[in-house]
Ligand binder design. Structure first.
Ligand SMILES: [Zn+2]
Length: 689
């Protein structure tokens, strides 16, 4: 079955991955929210009835752990960030129809209803599992309470996900060498009884679901591989007291709460339901969308693809809800070629961006067009300036201003002549490109349709030189140009809503450009309007130099602070620096000698296509050349890796990742996989001793 093109007769809902309520938002976070907002507005331009919902994710161990560190109640801790997000999104014109949070009653009820359905349908069983436990503090260590080694790729990992290596979701008991994140004590594993959702029994359904699923290809390819590798049943409870109780009394007494990833996506439904409760089912009916015939579109970051394409549709299927139509997963975003790092204050904060006086539309435009949604993108102030000055000021702003100014001065509005067929056809093409972009879930293509139309407008006015014509001869040219400007306002509205509104007002149009559909692009503009003003301002080069310097100084200051406080793992603002405690257990020299560590040199490096993180390396270690798979794709420019000298653990157990044998392990430091190298030129193959 394939889906009908948008617009359909069904109500749609666009959801954004829930922001986790434990820190300030930076512009990297905004990518998915802006993306969801642009997609929603673009669907509405097509005439598709669409609700746009999200909410803050309040549960889970990262919040519980941070609340312990800050000595505050987890609900109060998370609510503070929830309120901050609720205020921040509209300031970037990210206008949710409903923005709730997961700790609300609506979500609790729906969560219990769905989990009870899983139970009733026989998809839940109990299993004895090993749970990490701090024997000294007699405390269970679920998920983020524990850190250790990923059993799949050997990288440092969190208790619930291999965030720095292969990206896999980790089940309780899987992580090796567990250590408590709270106390630093080495943890042991204890047997506990937990509830499991039998996802493995739904593998056939999920394969079919993935065949029907639309959106970005990364959201289909990765899960296909996980299914091929064999699905594991999914532990849906935790030994924790922050979260929703497992339904039924028996579990409650055991201090079991539902795993955060059970109730988090259910907030999509809860938030839609709250929207209906506010506006009434005649305006928007949540039940029709979620239970009858809705178009459900999830916009997420690619780190949560597994939750949205395996666990979530499996839950919906068993509980008899509709399945998602599309999962649109964004790529990674870096800042000036390097990762955002909240602990190093290496970020451009949402608040800071606005304080600098930049219009939110500029950032929305940048995030939407700098790369495809699935692509990894980079933000730098230089590139930001380039795109603002080039495309927004030079193309869109310039065209609109010169056209409207000419029209105002010579005709006091739109000249009273017919629109030419050439321009009518050109605008119709732009509308078709926009529609195709939306149906492809490419907000970039849809936006480009508008910018290319403005480029055409500039060429058109240049070609006809109305300034060299008398009014009678100039009238048809200017009539065409005013129509193009109006069409640009309509097509740009999803991406730059405030600017489109200003252009709409300059044309003295009735109503709101946010409400009209694409047909409006071809309806005649008003006969009279006033003097226009420029839509955008150029960003001077000095401004960018200042901003770059500011960022660099701040990162240096934060790094210096962190170094002087190296015995303290928390920074000034309470953020955890993620430094692991030193190992207490000593090893003897023989243990060290057992590690065969060699000097090597990368001779070849290629990204592994289906993986987000992994790179295949050929490493020359003197005696031979080894193929090694390393999780460093996002952190290094792969093309520059050849000829880099590295340090290789040669007698690491062989592993197979994405079909590639990894024969050894390249050593690297920290979150950003800073590759170890040698200071002088020890011959390749030299043993580290
Ligand atoms: Zn891993």
């Amino acid at each position: 079955m394939s889906h009908d093109e948008f617009p359909t007769d069904n109500p749609a809902v666009v959801t954004c991955g829930l922001p986790y309520a434990n820190g300030d938002l930076h512009i990297g976070h905004l990518r998915t929210y802006v993306g969801g907002d642009v997609l929603t507005r673009a669907l509405e331009k097509l005439g598709q009835e669409t609700a746009f919902v999200s909410g803050s994710d309040m549960h889970g161990t990262p919040i519980a752990v941070q609340a312990i560190e800050d000595d505050i109640d987890p609900e109060a801790f998370a609510l503070e960030y929830h309120q901050q997000y609720e205020e921040t999104f509209p300031r970037f014109s990210v206008d949710f129809d409903n923005y709730g949070h997961t700790h609300q009653e609506t979500n609790r009820e729906l969560t219990h209803e769905i989990v009870e359905a899983l139970e009733a349908e026989g998809y839940v069983d109990e299993q004895q599992i090993k749970v990490a436990w701090d024997p000294e503090d007699d405390q269970p260590l679920p998920d983020r309470y524990v850190v250790g080694t990923c059993p799949y790729c050997g990288e440092q990992a969190r208790g619930d996900e291999c965030d720095e290596g292969c990206g896999r979701h980790l089940e309780p008991g899987e992580i090796e060498d567990p250590v408590s994140k709270i106390s630093g004590n080495p943890a042991e594993y204890r047997e506990r009884t937990h509830k499991f959702f039998k996802v493995s029994e739904l593998a056939d359904y999920l394969s079919g679901f993935l065949d029907r699923l639309e959106g970005t290809p990364n959201a289909q390819n990765q899960p296909r591989q996980w299914i091929e590798e064999g699905l594991q049943d999914w532990c849906i409870t935790r030994d924790l007291d922050w979260g929703f109780d497992y339904p039924g009394d028996e579990a409650e007494s055991e201090d079991l709460v539902l795993y955060v990833w059970v109730d988090a996506p259910i907030e999509y439904i809860a938030s839609t339901k709250q929207y209906t409760e506010r506006v009434g089912p005649d305006t928007y009916d949540w039940a029709e969308t979620w239970k009858e015939s809705g178009e459900i579109v999830h916009v997420i970051g690619r780190d949560i693809i597994q939750h949205h394409t395996i666990f979530w549709p499996a839950m919906l299927q068993v509980a008899e809800y509709n399945e998602p139509r599309a999962v649109v997963a964004s790529g990674f975003m870096s800042l000036d070629g390097d990762a955002f790092s909240t602990s190093r204050n290496r970020a451009i904060w949402a608040e800071e961006y606005l304080d600098e006086g930049f219009h939110p539309d500029l950032l929305r435009y940048y995030l939407t067009t700098v790369g495809g949604f699935q692509d990894d993108i980079d933000f730098s102030w230089d590139r930001f300036r380039e795109r603002v000055n080039g495309e927004l000021v030079g193309t869109v702003g310039n065209f609109a201003y010169r056209s409207l100014l000419f029209a105002y001065r010579n005709f006091e509005g739109t000249p009273d002549v017919e629109l030419s067929t050439e321009v009518e056809d050109r605008i119709a093409d732009a509308i078709a490109d926009f529609e195709a972009g939306v149906n492809d879930y490419s907000i970039r293509k849809a936006t480009q349709a508008a910018v290319e139309l403005a480029t055409f407008g500039n060429e058109y006015i240049q070609r006809h030189e109305p300034w060299n014509l008398d009014d009678e001869a100039a009238a048809p040219v200017i009539r065409d140009c005013v129509q193009i400007a109006k069409a640009v306002a309509v097509l740009m509205q999803p991406t730059t809503p405030e600017t489109a509104r200003r252009l709409w007002d300059q044309l003295d149009e009735d109503g709101s450009v946010a409400e009209v559909t694409l047909d409006a692009a071809l309806e005649a503009p008003p006969v009279a309007f006033g003097e226009p003003t420029e839509l955008f301002e150029k960003i001077p080069a000095e401004r960018v130099a200042d901003l770059n310097e500011k960022l660099e100084q701040r990162v240096q200051a934060t790094t210096a602070d962190a170094e002087t406080e190296s015995d303290d793992t928390a920074g000034d603002d309470g953020t955890v620096m993620d430094l692991e405690p030193l190992a207490e257990e000593r090893i003897d020299f023989d243990d060290f000698q057992a590690l065969d560590i060699r000097v090597g040199q990368i001779v070849e490096a290629e990204p592994i296509e289906d993986s987000d993180d992994l790179v295949r390396l050929d490493v020359d270690i003197g005696l031979e050349t080894r193929q090694v798979v390393a999780g460093i794709k996002q952190l290094h420019d792969v093309e520059t890796l050849p000829e880099t000298r590295v340090v290789l653990l040669a007698n690491m157990e062989k592993a197979e990742l994405f079909g590639y044998e990894s024969n050894g392990m390249v050593l690297a430091a920290g979150e950003e996989a800073d590759l170890l190298t040698t200071q002088a030129d020890a011959p390749l193959g030299s043993k580290i001793r």
